[in-house]
Design a protein around this ligand. Sequence first.
Ligand SMILES: [Zn+2]
Length: 278
Amino acid sequence: MEIVNGFKLMDYAKEHQLVLPAFNTTNYELTAGIIKGYQEMGLGGYIAISSSNLKLSNPKIIADMVRSTMIECDTPIALHLDHGKSFEDVKACIDAGFTSIMVDASHLPLDQNIAEVRKAVEYCHFYGIPVEAELGAISGKEDDHISEEDAKTDPADVLSFVEETGCDLLAVSIGNVHGMDLSPHLDFPLLKEIAEISTVPLVLHGGSGIPFDQVRRAKAENLIKVNYGSDLRQAFIRTFGQAYEQNHNEFNVMQLSKDAIANVEERVKTIIKEVNIN
Ligand SMILES: [Zn+2]
């Protein structure tokens, strides 16, 4: 199957009442493990890469790799830019064939956040691509960027932010954090309040650290997407680390890469299953 348009994937989620995972990739092994996991579970979702990971491989390399790896897959997958840090990154990803975009300008004052998102929305909508924006800063380690602020989404800003930016999905900060080691305390009353105000579906970042029952609980509040990064990265790194611990002369990169793909696939299948058990 070809990479699916982000709006079509949102329709698919609503039609099947799913919370779609967005799995972050960095390299071929993660990409292959994610796509195999989707295929085995027979459910669709996002494969994502963040602006900071694009320092390693450019958008075209990622899009070409995802496209080639998806040929045998028959479930819908959209290719998403996660935490798009600049308008240049947004344009480069659209040019490369990404089908869903996130603009992260949440570190800026509200009026500048709105202006940045609005600019990207005008560009992306011309190409029929949806845009996710973030209101309130999500703390924790976000790839190579460590954000210390803990600014929850202010419900008073939600409606005007969504209307003025024209965004299609809203990433909320309700106590969720990036990474695995922190114990997040999700503010469900706040999530409910935001969901009642927002005219677009909501997104939860930092899925790796959130217990599955809390993700399922959040699903009732117009949650359409939940992001997973650290979880799969650990599955990948652990494969090589354990092999090296067992044998300091290990050199079979190909076999370990295949093992890493299988381990990533297992985590992907578990997450897909757990977030959608009713
Ligand atoms: Zn994030």
